[in-house]
Design a protein around this ligand. Structure first.
Ligand code: UDP
Length: 365
């Protein structure tokens, strides 16, 4: 039998209900990094002996954890909303249906954990009897969201968790956020010491990720760029294809973790070019776990992850020539250091410890 982790003795075993993102099923990639964070956390918490149930839109998949699938219309992605965009809920909203399910079963759980970046779960918080922890997966987007989140943050202190300090700073309630970071099942990521002459770009293909900057940099250095990820904005993708007819890039597709890491590991570097304040950037730690250095704009989550000159380069935001310089110096980075950073800071154990202690605090209150 495996020895029990020290946390087994320190924390009460909890019954946890995780309510997923309503923009698409878990495993589809439409929800972006929060899907991976939720899956990793659910698996780690149940491994530690907690009883975890995940509630997600119909079609959601997760191994070794019980999943309640809920039907209904997905929420629109809100990344491109304006500050004054109003709250939108479609007819037969899956978000509404998931929270209705949560309301009905709440008595069976010690804690509900919200992973939806949306208005409704915050609005509903005072109407629930069970305590609710909110894990916020993006920076501030609309005034209406900020207002309702702020209300919850003040009325229920310590119930708001975020990935990073830079993400927290986008909100009015930044000083009372719990910083939780992210983590990976490192056993799924193989270290690759000898890459091919390719660059990688990984993520949702959508304007806030500014894929065009990575393509332009790849064109200038004339090194092929492999693109991995879900096209979540088709119009944006078609515009890129028209604008860069001769650039050396290839769209590889969307892969599960095991397939993605195998391909990503063979690349010389990952380019991260977000135009927005990236809340974290799970793809950065996935690259590091494979031994792939990260060349990222110095804003948001990646700036808190990449160790400049050691596990990659932090570049002046929106500077293509900065990216080019980073690529030209990439051989100065030792790939082993990248893997070591992932092991030191982004293991499942580190992720589980941070969340478990947060949940424990909330339940004890
Ligand atoms: N991803 C994936 N397969 C792919 C490309 C990307 O599973 O082929 C996942 C990746 O593992 C990561 C997510 O897409 O978890 C992107 O998350 P990130 O935190 O980088 O950005 P977000 O989408 O949340 O803005």
């Amino acid at each position: 039998m495996e020895p029990l982790s020290s946390s087994f003795f320190e924390f009460t075993m909890l019954k946890l209900l995780f309510l997923s993102t309503p923009v698409g099923p878990l495993g589809s990639g439409i929800g972006g990094g929060v899907e991976l964070t939720l899956v990793n956390l659910a698996q780690e918490m149940s491994q530690r002996g907690h009883q975890v149930t995940v509630v997600g839109p119909e079609g959601s998949t997760i191994n070794h954890v019980s999943c309640q699938e809920i039907s209904g219309t997905w929420q629109e992605m809100i990344q491109n909303n304006h500050r004054d965009t109003p709250i939108i809920l479609p007819e037969n909203s899956v978000l509404g249906n998931m929270w209705d399910y949560g309301r009905r079963v709440q008595a069976n759980y010690d804690l509900i954990v919200n992973f939806a970046f949306d208005w409704l779960p915050f609005y509903l918080t005072p109407f629930f009897d069970a305590p609710i922890a909110h894990f916020i997966s993006m920076g501030s987007i609309t005034d209406a969201f900020d207002e309702i989140m702020n209300r919850v943050a003040i009325k229920y202190p310590k119930t708001i968790g975020v990935y990073t300090h830079s993400q927290a700073e986008t909100f009015p309630f930044n000083s009372i956020c719990r910083i939780l970071g992210s983590g990976l099942d490192l056993s799924l990521y193989n270290y690759c010491d000898t890459p091919n002459n390719y660059l990688a770009w990984v993520g949702r293909i959508a304007p806030e990720k500014a894929l065009e900057d990575a393509i332009e940099a790849a064109e200038r250095v004339n090194i092929p760029l492999k693109i991995f990820g879900k096209v979540t904005d088709e119009e944006y993708w078609q515009t890129i294809r028209q604008n860069y007819p001769h650039a050396p890039y290839e769209y590889e597709g969307f892969f599960n973790t095991v397939e993605l890491q195998e391909r990503l590991g063979q690349c010389k570097a990952l380019l991260m070019t977000p135009r927005w304040v990236e809340a974290f950037g799970n793809v950065a730690i996935e690259a590091l776990a494979c031994g792939v250095p990260v060349i990222a704009y110095q804003r948001g989550g990646p700036a808190e992850i990449v160790q400049d000159q050691k596990t990659g380069f932090l570049i002046e935001p929106d500077s293509i020539s900065g990216l080019v310089e980073g690529i030209n110096h990439i051989d100065k980075i030792e790939r082993k250091q990248c893997r070591q950073q992932a092991e030191a800071n982004y293991s499942l154990k580190a992720l589980g410890d941070r969340f478990e202690s947060w949940f424990d605090d909330l339940v004890k209150r």
